[in-house]
Design a protein around this ligand. Structure first.
Ligand code: 3HC
Ligand code: NAI
Length: 732
């Protein structure tokens, strides 16, 4: 063994003891998730040796402490050089042992944890346990035999789906798949001990998955090709899902050869920049949960109010998804609209969405419907703990509504707005209790997207923030606490990104060229396709209201300049012609008809761009992919530095989490701040300086003070930025 371990009992991370009826019990003890660190692997080897040498033990139960089996390999150790026994031979040794080993799974069995359970001869799960091989989410593949044992156990199609998506399955589904042998709603260790007593004398040969015949479905090639196609369109350029498919393909070989291939592919992924980026995303999503506010309030010391009953006001696109999210989490919800027609339409839509949920979760629709109360009456808001407002993006309307809410709701009820960018403090100012008002910015579709921006207004109380973050977690969201700046973080950074894309059209690019480059970079959808999907009128309305376009513009003003800065009116011109995107069948692209999905290049649009450039004496030039990426993505990240400077976001991890979970930034590229850190801050600064010299009327290309400061500090690693940017006047 490469390290010397302390013999103190409390330090031991895999305890061996004896349970009733001649059963040996090994308990993993490495809180919080019993990750298989080198020390755990070391102690597990020792515990296995003791169990096999214990003549009084006929079978062994393997379980975890603190209600959790095992969260897999220790991800923190991936970036360190560690010793300890390797996991593959350790799992092989469990499987090859002469005494039956029963895995007692509660909490989770994930990644290496599930692979270890697959090396056991039997698996018993608690009914609330979750199982999965999520390595693909970390840029890896199940590299401890998972790609070889799982398809042998549950068949190729199911293994392919689980390994390439990283999806967790419930104990019930695991039983149906044949992944576990028994599910219990009682004490899983007790059940496993009883089970072990029963099977102690059974022959073991047929329980060793590595000896099972490799699965070889007749349609394997079609299955694999289909999977590759789907994966490449879902996560373009991502290496891990493709490697997962190749490793699974090797499961048709004899076990030892399959493992060899799995190891080879794992080694390539393990050292890849993509794996580092995805692991950064994993830890970022945990870092953002540890919020703190100016003063001393933080995630640890702030009490949370329980939300027993919630309300959603405004049941349009967002309100419907938010209602489904609340109901799915078991929270009784009042769902309110402004008139009977809208209420009926919403009730129908929400019921249909809940029906789909019920089918997916194998629950009755009634069990969901009894949690929703559809209503037009304000008095039903009297006893709710929290309200989420999702009416039109109209400040006057929201102000009116909040002063009504303040009058009708309990004084301690938390009042949230789902505004995409209006001033939360102005809305709060219309109430007598600004401290209970918080922004709760969901992303569309609200029942699918994992991101929640929690907007802390200057007067929002820590308890209100903590309650909303906690509720977000109950709803399955990752909450990022941000300051009250126009567009908050996500939409604020989107503006310079979109502007650059528009300027590139003026200079000679086409929407297809810009989108193609962004999609090749890894975005699921380029910016123009995305705008067509959301509707071009959304931004148009905001620009009209802020006087950038429409009747408020003075006739003598140049169409391509506003307040001395460059402005691109192309999107406004499309809207004026009724081209609002997918909903009208035309936008930056052509669709088969209104609500059509397939974006086709539009010859009319190309002609329109030519004519526009002629009108404005713009000489089109050839723009290469590098420039498209640099202009769009560096402008976005530059705004990210400003957001950090102003204390609107606490650290780069917050911005990156928002972009990966809310805006389709490819996780294998880490996020915008991670991306520029990887490119090199000094190189990014040089390019921004170059672009700003070429476009002096575009202030967003002017490098931010923080970027300059970081470069002057020698470009410290991204993990250090949080400390360095601790600002004087944080907006959090
Ligand atoms: N290694 C190291 N640390 C881990 C970890 C792991 N596998 N899993 C979780 N943690 C840490 C988290 O970073 C967090 O630390 P912090 O308190 O310092 O922030 C703490 O454990 C608690 O985690 P969560 O906040 O995520 O707690 P939850 O209760 O919400 O979720 C979980 C628990 C479902 C286990 C979730 O943490 C999770 O999904 N973990 C990752 C599981 C995973 O991907 N496993 C595969 C690892 S790779 C592997 O096994 C390779 C193998 O094939 C060889
Ligand atoms: P929508 O237009 O689809 O729905 C708004 C709903 O509010 C309508 O059903 C309307 O009848 C109802 N309503 C209006 N006044 C009301 C009142 N006084 N009482 C009760 N109901 C009333 O709007 P959408 O898209 O759902 O947006 C809602 C809010 O969410 C806006 O603030 C928007 O900026 C924000 N948002 C929208 C996103 C999107 O992608 N659509 C994403 C994130 C936030």
């Amino acid at each position: 063994m490469s390290e010397v371990r302390s013999p103190v009992e409390s330090d031991i991370m895999a305890h061996y003891s004896r349970a009733a009826g001649h059963i040996g019990l090994i308990r993993l003890a490495n809180p919080p998730v019993n990750a298989l660190s080198s020390a755990v692997r070391h102690d597990l080897c020792r515990a296995l040796e003791r169990a096999s040498a214990d003549t009084g033990a006929k079978a062994i139960v393997l379980c975890g402490e603190n209600g959790l089996f095992c969260g897999g390999a220790d991800i923190l150790e991936f970036s360190k050089k560690t010793g300890g026994p390797a996991l593959v031979p350790l799992i092989n040794a469990i499987e090859a042992g002469e005494k039956p080993v029963v895995a007692a799974i509660e909490g989770v069995a994930l990644g290496g944890g599930l692979e270890m359970a697959l090396g056991c001869h039997y698996r018993i799960a608690h009914c609330q346990a979750r199982l999965g091989l999520p390595e693909v989410m970390l840029g890896l593949l199940p590299g401890a035999g998972g790609t070889q044992r799982l398809p042998r156990l549950i068949g190729f199609p199911a293994a392919l789906e689980l390994i390439t998506t990283g999806r967790h399955v419930s104990a019930e589904e695991a039983l149906t798949l044949g992944l576990v042998d028994q599910v219990t709603d009682g004490d899983v260790q007790e059940a496993a001990v009883k089970f072990a007593q029963r099977v102690a004398d059974e022959p073991l040969a047929s329980r060793r998955l590595s000896t099972w015949k490799p699965p070889c479905p007749a349609d394997l090639d079609t299955l694999l090709q289909g999977a590759l196609g789907r994966l490449q369109s879902r996560a373009r350029g991502a290496l891990a899902p493709v490697a997962c498919v190749h490793a699974l393909q090797a499961a048709t070989l004899p076990f030892a050869q399959g493992i060899e291939k799995e190891q080879e592919l794992m080694a390539t992924l393990f050292s890849s920049p993509q794996a580092r980026a995805m692991q950064y995303c994993f830890f970022s999503q945990r870092i953002v949960g540890k919020w703190s506010l100016a003063g001393r309030a933080n995630w640890k010391n702030t009490p949370v109010r329980t939300v027993h009953r919630a309300a959603v006001v405004g049941l349009g696109t967002m309100g419907r998804g938010i209602t489904v999210t609340l109901v799915r989490a078991g929270i009784p919800t009042v769902a309110m609209e402004m008139d009977r027609g809208q209420l009926q339409a919403a009730q129908q839509a929400v019921t249909a969405m809940l029906e789909r949920e019920a089918t997916k979760q194998k629950r009755s629709l009634d069990s969901y419907l009894q949690l929703v109360q559809f209503t037009l009456e304000r008095r039903h808001l009297q006893d709710v703990d929290l309200v989420i407002e999702a009416v039109y993006e109209d400040l006057a309307l929201k102000k009116r509504l909040f002063s009504e809410l303040c009058a009708v709701c309990r004084p301690d009820a938390i009042l949230c707005t789902n505004t995409s960018g209006l001033d939360v403090d102005v809305i709060a100012g219309t109430t007598r209790r600004p401290e209970v008002v918080v922004g709760m910015h969901f992303f569309a579709p609200a029942h699918v997207m994992k991101l929640l921006e929690v907007v802390r207004g200057p007067r929002s109380s820590p308890v209100a923030v903590a309650t909303v973050v906690h509720l977000g977690k109950l709803l399955g969201k990752v909450s990022v606490v941000v300051g009250n700046s126009p567009g908050f973080v996500g939409n604020r950074l989107l503006k310079p990104y979109m502007e650059q894309a528009n300027f590139l059209l003026e200079e000679g690019a086409t929407p297809e060229q810009v989108d193609g480059t962004l999609e090749e970079f890894g975005f699921a959808m380029g910016i123009f396709r995305m705008s067509d999907l959301s509707g071009l009128d959304v931004g148009w309305r905001v620009r009209r209201e802020s006087g950038l376009t429409g009747p408020a513009v003075r006739p003598e003003e140049s169409p391509r300049h506003r307040l001395g800065c460059r402005y691109c009116p192309l999107a406004d011109l499309l809207c004026e012609r009724g081209r609002l995107g997918q909903k009208t069948g035309q936008g930056w692209y052509l669709y088969e008809g209104p609500e059509g999905r397939k974006a086709l290049p539009d010859p009319w649009l190309h002609g329109f761009l030519d004519e526009y450039r002629r009108q404005h004496a713009l000489k089109p030039r050839r723009i290469d992919q590098q420039e498209v990426l640099e202009r769009c993505l560096y402008a976005l990240a530059n705004e990210g530095f400003r957001v950090l400077e102003e204390g609107v976001a606490a650290g780069p991890e917050d911005i990156d989490t928002i972009y990966v979970l809310g805006y389709g930034w490819p996780a294998h590229m880490g996020g915008p701040m991670y991306h520029v850190a990887t490119v090199g801050l000094s190189a990014v600064l040089t390019r921004l300086e170059h672009f700003h010299r070429a476009h002096p009327d575009v202030p967003q290309l002017q490098p931010s003070a923080l970027l300059r400061h970081l470069v002057a500090q020698g470009s410290p690693p991204i993990s250090k930025w949080r400390e360095l940017v601790r600002v004087q006047r944080s907006q959090l």
